[in-house]
Design a protein around this ligand. Structure first.
Ligand code: C5P
Length: 255
């Protein structure tokens, strides 16, 4: 029997119909397992999905994923794999075995690398009889602008053109969606269709500090623009009361 498809994928067809609680992903950008556990505890009942990125994973390893799962929440493993296909396939298998609901790879690793990741995740989910994680492409990092793309990396097209090209490649390789800045949501949704999963960071509640994010949108605007998942870090994690901050964001998303 085939492995059960991801519940997240089933829900993905109409992001605007999703419960805001299923769309909010809080980035656990902290240095220790203890801080991560404390945050997840404080957000119990409000936030069911968190992002573990390279800082926490480098510090605490798979124990961070296990600690989140033990608390009943789901993990987006944001390690942006980018290596030869065989190595990325191995990482995809381990992410699937760890039970994360979503992980990502760099689209600039190319079609063969992305396909190897997608096939490995599907095969591992089938063998282990676990849910297949959503596989998300990282296209052009938002820290790169046109001048860097052109002058340093030798990419002649515009940022938007390159993003769309990499999205097409990612879809052809069997990926489910991509990470997109708020400003990219509309053109990607338009070009890739409604089933393509869009994960959007750079979300800032009205009146909040932008921090180092240069292109931001409010939770309401990002949700209305059609992002499936909103990734929010400091507006929640650095708030004096993270649960109240999360509550306000959920209200903005639903409104
Ligand atoms: O604290 P803040 O809300 O800015 O956190 C956003 C999270 O999303 C961080 O973990 C950051 O690494 C991640 N991210 C981003 N921009 C991207 C891709 C990922 O801010 N283009």
């Amino acid at each position: 029997m085939p492995a059960p498809e991801s519940a997240s994928i089933a829900a993905a067809a109409d992001p605007r119909g999703m419960d805001p609680k299923d769309r909010l992903i809080v980035a656990l950008d902290v240095a220790t397992l203890a801080e991560a556990e404390a945050l997840v505890d404080r957000l119990q009942g409000l936030v069911g999905r968190v992002k573990i990125g390279s800082q926490l994973f480098t510090a605490a390893g798979p124990a961070a994923v296990e600690a989140v799962h033990k608390r009943g929440a789901e993990v987006f493993l944001d390690l942006k794999f980018h290596d030869i296909p065989n190595t990325v396939a191995g990482a995809a298998r381990e992410a699937t075995r760890a039970g994360v609901f979503m992980f990502n790879v760099h689209a600039s690793g190319g079609r063969a690398m992305m396909r190897a990741a997608a096939e490995a995740a599907r095969a591992a989910a089938g063998e282990l009889r676990v849910r297949r994680p959503l596989l998300i492409a990282v296209t052009v990092l938002t820290s790169l602008d046109r001048a860097t793309l052109h002058g340093e990396l030798g990419v002649a097209s515009s940022v938007e053109g390159h993003v769309l090209r990499l999205c097409d490649l990612a879809r052809a390789a069997g990926l489910d969606g991509n990470v997109a800045s708020p400003q990219e949501i509309a053109s990607i949704r338009n070009a890739l269709g409604r089933d393509w999963v869009i994960v959007t960071p750079g979300v800032r509640p009205a009146g909040a500090a932008a921090d180092d994010q240069s292109r931001v949108a409010t939770p309401g605007a990002a949700a209305r623009a059609g992002a499936h998942y909103l990734v929010v870090g400091r507006p929640v994690t650095a708030a004096p009361e993270p649960a109240r901050a999360a509550e306000a964001i959920l209200a903005e998303m639903g409104g």
